[in-house]
Design a protein around this ligand. Sequence first.
Ligand SMILES: [Zn+2]
Length: 124
Amino acid sequence: MKSNKQRKAEIKARRLQRAAALGELLQVQDARSLVAERPAGVEPADQEVLARYNNTYGLLPAFYVDRAFTCRDCGIEEVWTAKQQKWWYEVARGHIDSQAVRCRACRRALREQRASGASGKKVT
Ligand SMILES: [Zn+2]
């Protein structure tokens, strides 16, 4: 039997691989045809919803793709999934230029720190 920790690590490794593979695919394949195939790790964007509250000169995305990033606080590699992005931009209404910069653990730590009011210094 595998422990939860092992399983989580495996899922994470797979996500990182998938994000890297999708990134490579997008460089060689037309984005529209890729999205039409709806592979795992790709979510179509609802541009109408985005346009309602995004005042941007830039183009709104037609889709989201799993994206690997390095946590600003602990340096760990994590994947911001297409599903999470869709939720962030379309449900939570995060600004289209905003991106995930911290891993789940660091975000939770930051939230708890803020909630406790222990920190006097401004964290951005
Ligand atoms: Zn972190």
